[in-house]
Ligand binder design. Structure first.
Ligand SMILES: *Cc1c(COP(=O)(O)O)cnc(C)c1O
Length: 421
């Protein structure tokens, strides 16, 4: 048997994986057109036609079958807009899953509110309904649901809680563009859905974001929060005049997405359904290939999932069967064989450097209660026993999935052999 790439042997994967993101002549034409339009932002002068921003807003609205879509500068600002529109402010609490990108917690802090970290379901890696209910207090102003790593959260359970306590759900769909649950697109199930179009996401303009909602009042608030309190005129202005007028009714920031980024998104959105389909088919192939190896199981989405969209694809591994010391060793070995980064999930937020230090210095009663009441065992179990495959690998051909399986078989044999020596 060949030496493991981890120990200097030849990597199993010889070909390149599809690059992400990637450009093509169509996209380049669109970008040049947006540049030559001489309006690079909605806060630039009107040029006698719909802005790219409005075109993208309409297209994404139609894509999601939602009533309103407000593009934002990035996913973090989409979360801030959503929280602010729901009235989250000083002294409020927002429930946030313990396993997610740190931006979810920081968005809450930006409004001087406290994120309350709640454990996940081991089966889906998304918010546990049982733990959410335990964490609700009279200060809870919103529940931030994250559809994480290709899974959709238990929306049946979360909707029930939301109705019972009259606390709105924000769906963070930064990793789930196009996913469908019981006939609806994610982001349209709760009060507001937020998206990120950062480079790593499956719909991207480098940086970018959006909020979607069916509620006209929330939509208007988000619009104003996003544009320094300016709103679009009912009638288009004369050419060369501003399309935005000041209302000054919200304490608002500037989270606008540029015309060039919206042109990119319009182009990329056309490809999303096809790419989601390719990734989905490869997932099924890979799921069977890896199951046959033994000791590896795909993490599944919640009941009601009609269509999961693949972001990072999570597999749970029995490390003993692979004779690996820990998940990091396995990830390093697999990265070396496949010539692409393979990682475990995020460090749970209670031990994220930001919160590890905050919890050390802040000994208020509530923080002490948080530390003792809201342990995150399922988040930690996930962090220690799951590896994530990047969505760009799932855009390769069906035959390329064999390389992933063979790399894992090679590691299993190589590690076991090392153990015997
Ligand atoms: C990427 C991401 C964000 C933040 O999005 P940005 O566009 O990077 O600000 C928020 N939540 C989740 C779950 C994410 O994956």
């Amino acid at each position: 048997m060949e030496e493991l790439a981890l120990y200097g042997g030849p990597p199993l994967r010889k070909k390149e994986w599809p690059t992400w993101p990637s450009s093509d002549p169509d996209l380049e034409k669109e970008v040049v057109k947006s540049l030559r339009s001489n309006r690079w932002t909605i806060s630039g002068f009107y040029k006698g036609r719909f802005s790219y921003e409005e075109q993208f807003s309409n297209a994404f609205k139609v894509f999601n079958n939602s009533s309103f879509c407000i593009p934002t500068a990035n996913g973090t600002s989409a979360l801030v807009c959503a929280l602010q529109a729901l009235g989250v402010s000083n002294g409020d609490e927002v429930i946030v899953p313990g396993l997610t990108w740190v931006a979810c917690a920081v968005a809450v802090e930006m409004l001087n509110a406290t994120p309350i970290f709640v454990d996940i379901e081991e089966s889906t890696l998304c918010l546990s309904t049982v733990h959410v209910e335990k964490a609700i207090t009279e200060r809870t102003k919103a529940i931030m649901v994250v559809h994480l790593y290709s899974s959709i959260a238990d929306m049946d359970g979360l909707l029930k809680i939301s109705e019972k306590y009259r606390i709105p759900l924000i769906e963070d769909c930064a990793q789930a563009h196009g996913a469908e649950w019981r006939g609806k697109k994610v982001g349209t199930i709760g009060a507001i859905g937020t998206f990120s179009m950062q480079q790593g996401k499956i719909l991207t303009s480098g940086e970018g974001g959006a909020c979607i909602t069916d509620d006209p009042l929330l939509a208007e608030k988000i619009y104003l929060i996003r544009t320094n309190g300016r709103y679009k005129m009912n009638q288009p202005p004369e050419d060369g005049q501003m399309e935005l007028v000041e209302k000054g009714v919200e304490f608002a920031s500037n989270y606008c997405l540029s015309e060039i980024q919206c042109a990119i998104l319009l182009n990329q959105l056309k490809k999303l359904d096809y790419q989601n389909e390719v990734r989905h088919n490869n997932k099924l192939v890979l799921q069977n290939l890896l199951k046959a190896i033994g000791g590896i199981e795909l993490v599944l989405s919640s009941p009601g999932t009609d269509k999961a969209s693949i972001y990072h694809l999570p597999f749970r591994i029995n490390l003993k069967a692979f004779n690996c010391t820990d998940i990091f060793e396995f990830c390093k070995a697999l990265s070396a064989e496949l010539q692409i980064g393979v990682h475990p999930p995020y460090v749970p937020l209670d031990k994220h450097p930001l919160y590890a230090s905050k919890y050390l210095v802040d000994s208020s009663e509530r923080i002490n209660e948080l530390k003792s009441n809201f342990k995150l065992p399922a988040c930690w179990e996930a962090h220690k026993s799951i590896f994530l495959l990047h969505h760009s690998m799932l855009l390769a051909d069906e035959g390329d999935m064999l390389d992933i399986a063979e790399a894992i078989i090679k590691i299993k044999a190589g590690m076991n052999q090392r153990f015997k020596q």
